[in-house]
Design a protein around this ligand. Structure first.
Ligand SMILES: [Zn+2]
Length: 135
C-alpha cells in the first residue's frame, strides 16, 4: 500500500461543553491537520494523488470553513451572542474536540472522493487526536 500525507495549518477557536478544565473557556489553537491518503496501486504518473490536488480540495475548504472560526457545539449558550456580534462561528453537532474535528475533516475528504485513511488533528505541538476510517 502506498501513502501520501499532507499537512494543513490553520487557526481555530473553540470551547468544550460540560468539561471541567481550561478548555471549557473560549480559547484558540494554531492547529495542524495531517491528512493521509492511501492506494494499493499508483496512477499513470506514479502517484497516489498529486499533492497539489489534495491542497486544492482540502486547503480551500479548511480556509473557508474552519480557519479563524470559533468552533462550537450547537447547544453552546454563547452562540447567539457571537452571531449577534457578527463573529465567525462554525457550529458542530458534537463537542468540538480534536477527535471530532479530525473526524469532521476525514468525512469531508472522503465525501470529496479522496482515498483518505487517517486524519490527525494537532491541537498543540505535543497533542494530537486522530481518526482512521474503515477501509
Ligand atoms: Zn482547545
Amino acid at each position: 500500500m502506498y501513502h501520501v500525507t499532507r499537512e494543513i495549518h490553520f487557526c481555530y477557536g473553540h470551547r468544550l461543553l460540560n468539561y471541567d478544565g481550561k478548555c471549557r473557556y473560549l480559547h484558540g489553537h494554531n492547529g495542524k491537520a495531517v491528512i493521509t491518503l492511501a492506494a494499493p496501486e499508483l496512477d499513470a504518473l506514479g502517484m497516489v494523488m498529486d499533492f497539489s490536488r489534495i491542497k486544492r480540495v482540502l486547503n480551500t475548504w479548511i480556509d473557508e470553513t474552519l480557519d479563524h472560526k470559533m468552533l462550537l457545539h450547537q447547544d453552546d449558550p454563547v452562540l447567539p451572542l457571537l452571531r449577534q456580534q457578527g463573529e465567525p462561528v462554525y457550529v458542530m453537532n458534537v463537542n468540538p474536540t480534536a477527535e471530532n474535528i479530525a473526524r469532521h475533516i476525514y468525512d469531508f475528504a472522503a465525501a470529496q472522493g479522496l482515498p483518505v485513511i487517517e486524519v490527525q488533528l494537532w491541537e498543540t505541538e505535543n497533542c494530537f487526536a486522530s481518526y482512521k476510517g474503515k477501509r
